[in-house]
Design a binder for this molecule. Structure first.
Ligand code: S3P
Length: 437
């Protein structure tokens, strides 16, 4: 396990071509598996999570050709939607640390023609995360999904329920659950609808539409019609806004900073963090708004600014769920209390992101009071001292530690920092290249 020290910086300056979005990368690989054409994918995320999905689709019969000079460039030839078969050697599909893989794949497999059994497993962290949220709605639609303990992996999916379609009202604001239901709906006998409790990331809907599926959105309800086959066109994966967030935070806090981030996803379901920062007075300039392969993107330019108060609606929390740890740091740089509520989902992430965040912040001199469904930061406007914190096996906490290092007085030592590779390999090198000291 690696320990990394990040020293304080006076500013950050430069332009970063961020990794391809993790959520979009998982979906592109799964839909390429369900296609039969040779799909070219560019700027695919190269972190461990998406590597787990690459390995999973190979186990399920896809052929993956890799570019020896560029790991983010691959060609995938899938087996077709109705032809996905369990691994010939009977091995389980190891989803490793990737919740998105486990949950979306369960949906895709549940809608296959009858008689195929798939077993999904994961690492220690994923094996603690809730899966009944996937199994219950899919079983309600006619699927046969069994969980070893009632709520956790291993999961057994036996296809061919058959799924009868219908409407599911989500009781958790989860894009993974919404996506699993839409993917299952591809193989149902009738239309399947999902009612979302809040604005969620909509990558599955966008990509399925591009691949030929009939999807209709009416307000917060998305419906999908059954289909025999889909074909994903070649796809360039846009830059990941969750990888952008830590860098945006550093540029906002440090005087004299100027950061450029080209081509970052800019959809409503992913722009919650930037929207809150703007409310607080941050200078995040978005230009060149355009669509690339179905995803709205923009070029971002960020300068330092002084933070003001903000009120965060609980209904907006899902739009920034992965960025809440970074938002906690922003909260430190303004006077008064900064309160996040309605975020109990943080307890079901790669770590208990409420307890582990509060512990980590305390160790580097930031006051964070954990709540059942969020946290309170008591801001101070002066640089936190820094110190040593544990990433607790959670890539988002590792990145947070790196940014606190930059904006602290004495720097931060991050224990178990190599988990940053889950979503942003090379993150600490990027910080080094940007930091002015
Ligand atoms: C994701 C959805 C979110 C997010 C995760 C990726 C996705 O999870 O936290 O990192 O790709 O759909 P939930 O759906 O559990 O909120």
């Amino acid at each position: 396990m690696s320990t990394v020290h990040v020293a304080p910086a006076t500013a950050i300056l430069g332009e970063v071509h961020l990794p391809g979005d993790k959520s979009v990368s998982h979906r592109a690989l799964l839909l390429a598996l369900a296609s039969t054409r040779r799909v070219e994918l560019r700027n695919l995320a190269t972190g461990d999570d998406v590597a787990a999905t690459l390995d999973a689709i190979v186990q399920l019969g896809a052929t993956v050709e890799r570019d020896a000079d560029d790991p983010s460039h691959v060609f995938v030839t899938g087996v077709g939607l109705r032809n996905i078969q369990p691994p010939a050697d009977g091995a389980p599909i190891d989803c490793r640390n990737a919740g998105t893989l486990a949950r979306l794949l369960a949906g895709l497999l549940a809608g296959l023609p009858s008689g195929r059994t798939f077993e999904l497993t994961g690492d220690e962290s994923l094996s603690r995360r809730p899966m009944a949220r996937i199994a219950d709605p899919l079983n309600e639609l006619g699927a046969k999904i069994e969980l070893a303990t009632g709520d956790t992996l291993p999961m057994r999916v036996t296809s061919g329920g058959p799924l009868h379609g219908g409407t599911i009202e989500l009781n958790v604001a989860s894009a993974q659950v919404q996506s699993a239901i839409l993917l299952a709906g591809l193989g149902a006998e009738a239309r399947t609808s999902v009612v979302e409790p809040a604005v969620l990331r909509d990558h599955t809907e966008r990509m399925l539409r591009r691949a030929g599926a009939t999807i209709v959105r009416d307000g917060r309800t998305v419906s999908i019609a059954p289909i025999e086959s889909i074909e994903l066109p070649d796809t360039t994966i846009p830059a990941d806004p969750s990888a952008a967030a830590p860098l945006i935070a550093a540029a906002t806090v440090l005087h004299g900073s100027l950061l450029r981030l080209p081509g970052v996803i800019d959809s409503e379901g992913r722009s919650g963090f930037v929207d809150v920062l703007e409310q607080m007075g941050a200078h995040v300039m978005a230009s060149g708004r355009r669509e690339v392969d179905g995803e709205p993107i923009a070029d971002l330019e960020i300068h330092h600014s002084t933070m003001k108060k903000a009120f965060i609606e609980t209904s907006d929390v899902a739009r920034m769920i992965d960025e809440l740890p970074i938002l906690a740091l922003i909260g430190h740089f303004r006077k008064g209390e900064f309160v996040i509520r309605g975020a109990e989902e943080l307890r079901a992430k790669e770590s208990d992101r409420i307890e582990d965040l509060a512990q980590a912040l305390k160790r580097v001199g930031i006051s964070c009071q954990p709540l059942k469904d969020g946290f309170i930061i008591r801001g101070s406007t002066v640089r936190p001292d820094g110190g040593t914190m544990d990433a607790a096996g959670d890539h988002r906490l590792a990145m947070l530690g790196g940014i606190i290092g930059l904006v602290s007085r004495h720097g931060v030592t991050i224990e178990n920092a190599d988990c940053v590779d889950v979503s942003f390999p090379g993150f600490f090198d990027v910080l080094d290249a940007l930091a002015q000291r």
